[in-house]
Design a protein around this ligand. Structure first.
Ligand SMILES: Cc1cc2nc3c(=O)[nH]c(=O)nc-3n(C[C@H](O)[C@H](O)[C@H](O)COP(=O)(O)OP(=O)(O)OC[C@H]3O[C@@H](n4cnc5c(N)ncnc54)[C@H](O)[C@@H]3O)c2cc1C
Length: 247
C-alpha cells in the first residue's frame, strides 16, 4: 500500500552552533580583534554566556546557527502549514515534474498519509480510506492519459490529488526561527501532523545545541497559555513532557 509515515532527519547544521552563537555575542561586547576573539572563544564553554545573552533578549546571536532537515512521509496538508513560516528555505518534490501514475509507482497507488483520527477508527476504516485513495489514483491516471501522458500531463492531473498525498522536502531554518516554530507548532492545539514534525525536529536539534533549545517548546512552558480560555487544559502534562525531553 502507499501509506507513509513521518520521517525527519537533521541533514546538516552549522558547525559548533553554540560556539558560533557565543562568538557572535562576544563580538558585540568585546574590544578584541576577530582573531583573538575566536581564540579566546575556543577556550571557553559557550553555554553560560549564551543563556545569559539570550535571556537578556539579545536573541539575534542565535540566527547565525542554521539547521537543514530532510522531511518525508508527510501530507500536502502539512506542507501548506509549514511553508507559512516565512524565515525558512524550502525545496519540495514537484507534482509537475514527478508523476504519480499507478504504473510508475511500485505500490500501484500514490503515496499518502492516513490521518491519525482514521487510524484510531481501526483497520476497516483505514481500508476504506485506502480504497478512496485507489479511486483517486484511477481519476489521476485517467487525466494523465487524456492529457497525452508525460510531464506536461502531470501539471493539471495533479488537481485531483488529495491533501493526503505524500510530499518530501528539505527545510532550512536558523535557530531563532526554529524556536518560534516550536512555540507555535509543538502546542497541543496545533494540528497533529505538524506537531509530530515539530517534536521530531526539536529532539534532533537538542542533541547538537542543547543550551539554545533548552526551553524550546510551546508557549505554556514559559508562561500562561496565549490561547486563554481556548487552552488545551493539559498544561501540566505538556510542561512535564518537554521538561523530560530536555533532560
Ligand atoms: C494554531 C494555528 C492556527 C493557524 N490557523 C491559520 C488559519 O486558519 N489561516 C491562516 O491563514 N493561517 C493560519 N495559521 C498560520 C499563521 O497565520 C502563520 O502563517 C504562521 O503562524 C507563521 O507565521 P508567523 O508570523 O507566526 O511566523 P513566521 O512567518 O515564521 O515569521 C517569524 C516571525 O518573523 C516576523 N515576521 C515575518 N514576516 C513578517 C512581516 N511580513 N512583517 C512583520 N514581521 C514579520 C514575525 O515576528 C514572525 O512572528 C495558523 C497558525 C497556528 C499556529
Amino acid at each position: 500500500m502507499g501509506q507513509k509515515t513521518l520521517k525527519v532527519t537533521l541533514l546538516q547544521h552549522t558547525a559548533e552552533p553554540e560556539r558560533l552563537a557565543a562568538l557572535a555575542g562576544k563580538r558585540c561586547y568585546s574590544g578584541l580583534d576577530n582573531e583573538n576573539l575566536v581564540r579566546d572563544g575556543r577556550e571557553k564553554d559557550p553555554a553560560k554566556f549564551i543563556s545569559k545573552v539570550v535571556g537578556m533578549g539579545h536573541v539575534t546571536i542565535i540566527e547565525h546557527a542554521s539547521f537543514t532537515f530532510a522531511v518525508e512521509g508527510v501530507s500536502r496538508s502539512l506542507l501548506a502549514q509549514i511553508t507559512r513560516h516565512r524565515l525558512a528555505s524550502f525545496s519540495v518534490q514537484s507534482q509537475r515534474y514527478v508523476g504519480e501514475t499507478a504504473s510508475g509507482n511500485s505500490d500501484g497507488v500514490f503515496d499518502y498519509i492516513v490521518p491519525s483520527s482514521i487510524a484510531r477508527l481501526g483497520p476497516d476504516r483505514v481500508a476504506e480510506f485506502a480504497r478512496q485513495m485507489a479511486q483517486i489514483q484511477e481519476w489521476y491516471d485517467g487525466w494523465v492519459q487524456d492529457f497525452g501522458g508525460g510531464r506536461d500531463a502531470f501539471e493539471d492531473a495533479r488537481f485531483v490529488l488529495p491533501n493526503a498525498a505524500e510530499t518530501k522536502f528539505l527545510l532550512t531554518m536558523n535557530a531563532r526561527e526554529l524556536l518560534h516554530l516550536f512555540t507555535l507548532r509543538c502546542c497541543v492545539r496545533a494540528q497533529w501532523e505538524i506537531q509530530a514534525l515539530a517534536d521530531g525536529m526539536l529532539s534532533l536539534v537538542r542533541e547538537v545545541a542543547p543550551t539554545i533549545f533548552a526551553k524550546a517548546g510551546p508557549a505554556c512552558l514559559r508562561g500562561p497559555c496565549p490561547e486563554g480560555d481556548l487552552n488545551c487544559g493539559k498544561m501540566k502534562e505538556v510542561r512535564e513532557k518537554y521538561r523530560h525531553s530536555a533532560e
